[in-house]
Design a protein around this ligand. Structure first.
Ligand code: TEU
Length: 539
């Protein structure tokens, strides 16, 4: 059992991300909820995870599925109550599982009381909680665009002012230059720490020190000053795990974010690997070049070893399912899902499993009317306006929509995949008949048990946590092979990223090594389609 009071316990941990709306409904309203999560804790304990990152559960009008918070200290009623959260924290801890809450500190909902007060008058104390600029209708302060399309400035005629929003107009940005805002947020975090929350995922945290007049959002000049204050004022306990979402982070920045002196955060989610298979915008996918992924992983592994800490992930609630993206969600779905997991779990860092990843859940293909995500729908409308063909835009949606990750969790082959007895808020992937947790738990060769074994291996062998990384054959376009070594142990991870056999010669140094895990039965002189192996030897 990990000592979670000590700084750094999360270096030996594996976390599981739950998107509450799509995980498990308990009352038949078609929406996942907290009692539903509690009913699935035994499943997560069996998998072997040490913590749950909960996407936002706070009160919200759901303009962006909870990433638009209207009350940081209340639970969105369809998800449950504060007492349900207390019970979840208690029941999870009883199973050795910590609750990590998703904190949206960059912006609130436009229904938050602070923003409602700010709208009333320029003189209201809450007015300066947000970013306002005087102006005339039709002439925003500058041409900054919002992430979800359109101008980043919204005009309020009554005030003759614009307010700034990096995301939807219903998500006004908070003004972190105002110390009163920072104080409010720190006090709110302590409210949740005092209820037993043991960690936080920090939404777009690299954008809080924004300077819109200079068109700066990510990595603003005062960013790390604010993060160090946040860490001092709100993350006081050494055992709190904090992971910042930082799309702008490169290795050097990540060293600051995850400095082992605990001055900032435990780690960040960096996205360099995630952006390797797109030409400019994410909606214009290109095939992944494995050589680029290998080089990227090498830089992050060697760049943070001993001086910072990596998060390890290929999926989350904003990303298409990786088995559809970089694996094969057809003939080799099981093999490729396991291969991608082995590639990730052999690395140094803290792995994050996104709900359903352990089942090999895949993308979904719906007509555009079936999609719900604000980012997807705004892009679709914008591209049609720019003259794109509907079928081409729909192809981008199928490949990259965030809704690919938000289809309900597939528990059984029964009605609505066992997610709800009501009408699910979002379409269930029709492949739930074959891909579901009940089938996985009954199949010793399932992806679920492969993840369970990987998690157990990481806890058994120290070299998974502290071994130094070395990339083998950097120019090989089909096979990703790397070693990890500390003074006593050595690992070799080999992954065939293709649906074709690939030649393989075991390096001499690994002659006689033990095969810790493989996604195929029995030996083979070559690497079978999407074959992955992790070898181990004592030094
Ligand atoms: O995402 C930040 C963010 O930039 C992503 O929305 C990204 O632009 C896009 O998804 C690329 O695929 C965080 C949350 O993870 C996301 O769900 C929220 O919508 C967003 O912030 C606003 O809070």
């Amino acid at each position: 059992m990990l000592d979670k009071t000590k700084y750094g316990w999360w270096r030996s941990a594996v976390f599981y991300q739950i998107y509450p709306k799509s995980f498990q409904d308990s009352d038949g309203d078609g929406l996942g909820d907290i009692p539903g999560i509690i009913s699935r804790l035994d499943y997560l304990e069996k998998l072997g995870v040490d913590g749950i990152w909960l996407s936002p559960v706070c009160a919200s009008p759901q303009a962006d599925n909870g990433y638009d918070i209207s009350d940081y200290r209340a639970v969105w009623p369809p998800f449950g109550t504060l007492e349900d959260m207390d019970r979840l924290i208690r029941e999870a801890r009883r199973r050795g599982i910590s609750i990590i809450m998703d904190l949206v500190l960059n912006h609130t909902s436009d229904e938050h009381r602070w923003f409602k007060a700010a709208l009333k008058s320029r003189d209201d104390p809450c007015h300066d909680y947000y970013v306002w600029r005087d102006g005339e209708p039709g002439t925003p302060p500058n041409d900054m665009r919002a992430c979800f399309g359109g101008s980043a400035w919204e005009y309020v005629p009554e005030l003759k002012q614009y307010y700034f929003h990096q995301f939807a107009p219903r998500q006004p940005d908070l003004n972190w230059d105002n110390p009163a805002v920072r104080r409010e947020l720190y006090d709110m975090i302590r409210f949740w720490v005092n209820r037993g929350v043991e960690g936080f995922r920090l939404d777009v945290i690299d954008s809080v020190a924004k300077e819109p007049d200079r068109k700066i959002t990510a990595r603003g000049p005062r960013l790390h000053e604010y993060i160090r204050e946040l860490s001092r004022e709100a993350f006081c306990e050494p055992g709190l795990v904090t992971v910042g979402e930082a799309w702008s982070a490169d290795v050097e920045e990540a060293r600051r974010w995850s400095a082992p002196d605990g001055s900032e955060l435990s780690m960040v989610f960096q996205f360099e690997h995630i952006c390797l298979d797109q030409a400019g915008e994410k909606w214009d996918p290109v095939p992944l070049e494995l050589v680029k992924l290998k080089e990227c992983v090498r830089r992050w592994q060697t760049g943070l070893h001993g001086v910072g800490w990596n998060s390890l992930f290929l999926n989350n609630h904003d990303l298409p399912r990786v088995v559809s993206r970089w694996g094969d969600d057809g003939q080799y779905r099981v093999e490729s899902a396991k291969m991608l997991a082995a590639m990730l779990y052999g690395l140094e860092g803290t792995p994050y499993i996104y709900q359903g990843e352990e089942l090999g859940m895949t993308n979904i293909r719906l007509p555009i009317e079936g999609y719900e995500d604000i980012e997807t729908l705004n892009m679709y409308a914008e591209r049609l306006e720019r003259g794109y063909r509907p079928e081409d835009v729909l192809a981008s949606v199928h490949a990259r929509s965030r809704d690919n990750a938000r289809t309900p969790m597939q528990w059984t082959d029964g009605e609505n995949a066992g997610f709800t007895t009501g009408t699910p808020w979002f379409a269930v992937n029709p492949n739930y008949k074959e891909i579901n947790a009940r089938a996985a738990l009954a199949d010793e060769d399932s992806i679920f048990y492969f993840y369970q074994r990987l998690i157990a291996l990481r806890k058994r062998y120290e070299v998974f946590r502290d071994g130094e990384f070395a990339l083998l054959d950097p120019d090989d376009p089909a096979v990703f092979a790397y070693t990890r070594a500390n003074a006593a142990q050595e690992l070799l991870t080999v992954c065939n990223f293709t649906p074709r056999e690939q030649p393989f010669a075991l390096p001499k140094a690994f002659t006689g090594a033990e095969t810790l895990i493989c996604n195929y039965e029995g030996p083979s002189p070559s690497l079978r389609p999407f074959e992955a192996r992790i070898y181990y030897k004592k030094r």
